[in-house]
Design a protein around this ligand. Sequence first.
Ligand code: ADP
Length: 287
Amino acid sequence: MSIALEHVNYIYSPGTAYEKRALNDISLEIGQGQFVGIIGHTGSGKSTLIQHLNGLMKATSGDILYDGQSIYAEGYDMRKLRSQVGLVFQYPEHQLFEVDVISDVCFGPKNQGLSEEESEKNAREALELVGFPEKYYKQSPFELSGGQKRRVAIAGVLAMKPKVLILDEPMAGLDPSGREEMLTLLSKLYEERQISIVLVSHNMDDVAKYADRILVMNEGELVLDGVPKKVFHYQDELEQIGLGVPQMTHLIHRLEKETGCRLGDAITLEEGLPLIEQWWHAKGTSR
Ligand code: ADP
């Protein structure tokens, strides 16, 4: 699986007073087995970008290749693309509409043309994967808690067996334990099911911990693209565009500035603590 964007531009309402360039010459490639975090200030183009990845929005210019084939070529099977590149919107539970949970999750596979039995089989697998209890399969989705609704909505996308799962702020509005459960689910999908994940998030600590690559968007441009440690090294640049760094990175940078010592790069608690311990120890012995 690979999705490649080549010089993609997107302009909303071109030629009108509301004209807005939301994507400016974006080129990037997302491959199999990646966990990509997308960060950027509100309005930087993240939602517009992810809706291009499954062909929901069409670039004003430029090309998008899925497994080497242009998705804009005549006769391209968009339905297949949409099932392989699963998109989970912000507050996906707002899109639940069927009478019961299982029917809702069956909607996608049925739409793909699968039989009733196959659809139900995929739906059950997906619900199991997201940890949704079987005893509630016949319940109306509207009677569920917020976190459970969201699981059902994600199962609806997983039931189509996507190779990539793109999620726009999936932790938004969840309490701390709901957030943690969602992140655990995503890393399980990534590690056990080899589903590539593209996660749009405001939370730098979450992306630092889970993503192996980070894309930074600013005013429609891709300004940084690299492994988390490299990206968060640019603390000043990120702050200039209204973004922070993980708490541990912030702490280490502050210690370095105040003491003039070089501690090293860390983006998570697990990485940072040994560096601080080492520094503390060296400080003690040099006294
Ligand atoms: P993000 O997801 O990073 O918040 P968006 O992709 O939603 O950013 O928006 C990128 C830019 O496009 C913003 O300036 C936003 O105001 C503008 N925009 C988004 N949707 C529309 C629309 N339907 N019509 C006009 N402009 C839009």
